[in-house]
Write a protein that binds this ligand. Structure first.
Ligand code: DGY
Length: 322
């Protein structure tokens, strides 16, 4: 009987799929991130591991599991927590959960954009604090999205969907930067390709970050590049925290180098850069951009499908080890 180790409780849909197959499914019983030692101990003897983005999986963990390990299925679309070179050298599959969370993350991205530009969470704090004493012509003025320029940094699935919402929902002009040009996308959304991130930063009223975390994208947004943005511009990040130099962002927000930001991800999660949470011109969510009941259930099913396929001796649909 195959043994599957799940590093934390996830929606039952995927777990049930594994149980129906007759696998022995062990879920770490405590609702917290496992320590590295616990992870090493608990993966021992597993044929498959269902991991989270908070679990760092490298050769040490793969070795601790043992030679029978076939796959580590990550419950996330991002996979910077998996050291893929180690998987490759050991011939072990790794997989992620693309597609099923695209709409949800794009919706959340717009939630952040609307929230910071129209000062929704700030207004909520203001109202709850008893500061609303009647309608005022100059109270909490924000900015429109309509006809503004939305700059997409990284035109993958989620970036494209955010562009779609911007163009179709808010009549925004779309510009984008990606390592690859996409002329079909340009035609569909009347979008303009920017040859460098700098060009995009100079022109966009709203910058939405969707690049994966790679050595080349760490601190892609740094103090120097923040200064290239318009003082009236906003930046939103639902990809990975280290893509933005968070201390530099705090400085830029404090000193009005840019107007505001919306963040779902942080450089050193779960910690925030000093001063970030004290700022009014930033909206912060706790890495919940994919956190809807529908999407998290679908992610658990995709992870389970990857495991089942690998244990049945085939290449999992979302294999990352090439
Ligand atoms: C992912 O899937 O990579 C997201 O960050 C999880 O919400």
């Amino acid at each position: 009987m195959f043994k599957v180790f799940v590093t934390r409780q996830i929606p039952e849909e995927g777990i049930n799929m594994l149980k129906v197959k007759g696998y022995e499914v062990v879920v770490f019983p405590e609702d917290r991130v496992m320590t590295r030692d616990e992870l090493k101990e608990n993966v021992k003897g597993a044929d498959a591991v269902l991991s989270l983005l908070t679990d760092k999986i490298d050769a040490e963990i793969l070795d601790a599991a043992g030679a029978q390990l076939k796959i580590v299925a990550n419950y996330a679309v991002g996979f910077d927590n998996l050291k893929l070179d180690d998987f490759k050298s050991k011939n072990i599959y790794a997989s992620n959960t693309p597609d099923v969370l695209t709409n949800t993350v794009a919706e959340h991205t717009f939630g952040l954009i609307l929230s910071v530009a129209q000062r929704i969470t700030e207004g909520d704090r203001f109202t709850r604090a008893g500061k609303y004493h009647g309608w005022e012509p100059m109270m909490l003025l924000g900015n429109d999205l309509f006809k503004k320029t939305l700059g997409i940094l990284g035109l993958g699935r989620i970036g494209s969907r955010v562009a779609h919402h911007g163009a179709k929902g808010f009549d925004m002009d779309i510009i984008y930067y990606d390592v690859r040009r996409n002329e079909e996308f340009e035609k569909e959304y009347n979008a303009r390709f920017m040859a460098t991130p700098e060009e995009l930063l100079k022109e966009a009223d709203f910058v939405s970050v969707h690049v994966p975390l790679l050595p080349t994208t760490k601190h892609l947004i740094n103090a120097e590049r923040l200064k290239m943005m318009k003082p009236s511009a906003y930046i939103v990040n639902t990809s990975r925290g280290p893509v933005i130099d968070e201390a530099a962002l705090v400085d830029a927000l404090k000193n009005k180098v840019i107007k505001g930001a919306g963040l779902d991800v942080y450089e050193n999660e779960p910690n925030l850069a000093p001063g970030l949470s004290e700022l009014e011109n930033v909206v912060l969510t706790p890495h919940t951009a994919s956190a809807t009941e529908e999407t998290r259930a679908a992610m658990s099913e995709v992870a389970a499908k990857n495991i089942i396929t690998a244990l049945e001796g085939q290449v999992p649909p979302n294999n990352l080890v090439k």
